[in-house]
Design a protein around this ligand. Structure first.
Ligand SMILES: Cc1ncc(COP(=O)(O)O)c(C=O)c1O
Length: 409
């Protein structure tokens, strides 16, 4: 929906390279000719006439109606992210969990079955264990890296397959193309939570996914400021599965947050590349340190699914860029993990990730606390594991901090 600026006569944004898409994609100017995109901090819109209001509600006249439905600043963010992802359409959400929830609820009804990997962000797992069953939707989970287990667990009534790859927190990799093929055989839709890879490293739609979801709170903001989320896919599927649910349940992203995220996208490629380069350096040093029992990083050849990561974490054509911005490592037990975390001086303790500041997390007592001990053991998550989200600081400063903290562990 144009805001007043004429479309460019020559430029097709889908022909742009990633860097250009991130600076100019989706941008629209009002009649004031502002350089930076405007924040349209408005709940609603006015109509010149009663007939015009009637026509807009009927859908026969273009224009905004109410910011729970759509908003110009939110739309700029949606269009820029869709252009980056190579998706036909994007609907922004108030948080990553609003996006995951909408993505799943819009595709299932009572009597359906949902299949997912066991290795999932705690809240994703909660939706599967506690929420969907309340509405008569059966759910089951399989070891995320075991293709045979996905094949064995798919059912004729499986309508949705949820993949998180790399998974939070131990970075298991699911073969997205292979699992999408299994899903297609029963007509199930594939939803990929692409938060850990970010749209720079992995393009699930090219691998056969129907829907991609993001917590924009992570790499897309990248500076620890706002919550946000997004659901991306084909125009037809977004219309059919989500349009009315968005209008009537209200998970709309605030225009202010959309503006912050729109500007976060401008530097996303640079940040993810640099953070991944640094993460790869730190992962190698961690793996060689005597206090570290195991270091898990998709870019290292000793990662159990390294070959799959090499194939699918290429950004749809880019190099692997090291293997992402996250590293996980096992210090043996909770006491050592806590001593390590408490001795850090540059790296902060936080449950967030994808930030310009490096952040360290103890998953069993924070992000994955809601899981039972048994569920954690299924994915190999014990109390010695630390998840490190690598930021934009210099690799050598980060290593000095880590090395000193390991000495205290
Ligand atoms: C893989 C994954 N999905 C979804 C979310 C939820 O995102 P938000 O915190 O923006 O709701 C997170 C947050 O940590 C996550 O790690």
């Amino acid at each position: 929906m144009p805001l007043g600026m004429a479309e460019s006569a020559h430029e097709d944004p889908t022909a742009w390279d990633v860097a250009t898409r991130l600076v100019h994609g989706g941008a629209q100017r009002s009649s004031f000719g502002e350089t930076a995109e405007a924040i349209f901090l408005t709940q609603g819109y006015i109509y010149d006439t009663a007939e015009s209001a009637d026509a807009r509600f009927a859908g026969s006249e273009p224009g905004y109606i109410y910011s729970r439905y759509a908003n110009p600043t939110v739309q700029m963010f949606e269009d820029r992210l869709a252009l980056l992802e190579g998706a036909e359409a994007c609907r922004a959400q108030a948080s990553g969990m609003a996006a995951v929830h909408l993505a799943m609820m819009g595709l299932v009804r009572a009597g359906d079955h949902v299949l997912a990997g066991q290795a999932l962000f705690g809240s994703n797992r909660w939706l599967l264990n506690n929420w969907l069953p309340r509405f008569g939707v059966e759910t089951s989970m399989v070891p995320a890296a075991d293709l045979g287990a996905w094949k064995a667990a798919i059912r004729p009534n499986t309508k949705l397959v949820l993949i998180e790859s790399p998974a939070n927190p131990l970075l298991e990799i699911t073969d997205i193309a292979a699992v999408a093929q299994v899903a297609r055989e029963v007509g199930a839709k594939v939803v990929v939570d692409n938060v850990f890879a970010s749209p720079i490293l992995q393009k699930p739609l090219l691998l056969g996914a129907d829907i991609v979801v993001y917590s924009a709170t992570k790499h897309i903001d990248g500076q620890g400021r706002v919550l946000g989320g997004a659901v991306l896919g084909s125009k037809a599927l977004l219309e059919e599965a989500y349009r009315d649910a968005i209008r009537h349940t209200g998970p709309a992203l605030s225009p202010f947050n959309a503006w912050v995220l729109l500007n976060g996208l401008v530097t996303l490629d640079l940040r993810v590349r640099r953070q991944s380069e640094t993460a790869a350096i730190l992962a190698d040093r961690l793996a060689g340190h005597p206090k570290v029992k195991t270091c898990r990083y998709p870019g290292r050849s000793d990662h159990p699914q390294h070959e799959i990561a090499r194939r699918q974490m290429t950004g749809g054509g880019n190099d692997m860029l090291g293997g992402g911005t996250l590293v996980a490592f096992d210090l043996g037990d909770q006491a050592r993990a806590f001593s390590f975390l408490n001795a850090l001086e540059i790296i902060d303790i936080s449950n967030n990730l994808g930030d310009a500041r490096s952040l360290a997390t103890h998953p069993t007592t924070t992000t994955h606390r809601a899981m039972t001990e048994e569920q954690r053991l299924e994915i190999g998550l014990t109390a010695g594991w630390v998840r490190l989200s690598v930021g934009l600081e210099a690799a050598n400063d980060l290593w000095r901090d880590i090395d000193r903290a390991l000495a205290a562990a």
